[in-house]
Design a protein. Structure first.
Length: 152
């Protein structure tokens, strides 16, 4: 979690490359780092609770899931998202300047082509609030476990 957190903080301070191809790769890296960080938080939760289904437990966090879904849509398998289901989505991110405030992408769905944009910085801030609250909850669990262990 520390590695991904520090990498995300450093990249956000620097911003995306002015070269659209480099920015595209950086976007993929940022989204993957968030995914890895979320998985690490779930593993930490498992270490404290023994509950292996952390992703299910975190489904109630809307901003956590917005980022996870956005990663799956734009970075996961964007060439054929939803294959085998009724809805097939294809996604592309045009070569463009990117900032944390604005990234455009295109979604092709059976009912048409949709141009969308995201404010990744805002999404990250909202996610950070939720993830931070979960981390605080886990710290409190650790404190209880330590008190219980120290009393023995």
């Amino acid at each position: 979690m520390q590695d991904t957190g520090e990498a995300l903080i450093a990249h956000r301070a620097r911003g995306f490359s002015a070269d659209p191809i480099d920015a595209y790769l950086e976007y993929w890296a940022v989204m993957q780092a968030i995914f890895v960080q979320q998985d690490a938080i779930c593993e930490l939760h498992y270490a404290f609770t023994g509950n292996k289904d952390g992703q299910r437990l975190f489904r109630g966090l809307p901003n956590w899931n917005k980022l996870r879904d956005l990663r799956n849509l734009t970075v996961g398998h964007p060439t054929n998202k939803g294959a085998g289901m009724n809805m097939v989505l294809r996604v592309s991110i045009p070569r463009q300047p990117m900032t944390y405030d604005h990234i455009d992408y295109v979604v092709w769905a059976p009912d048409g082509k949709f141009h969308k944009s995201m404010n990744l910085g805002h999404l990250l801030d909202d996610y950070d609030d939720e993830a931070g609250a979960k981390m605080k909850d886990m710290l409190e669990m650790l404190m209880v476990q330590l008190k219980t262990t120290c009393k023995k």
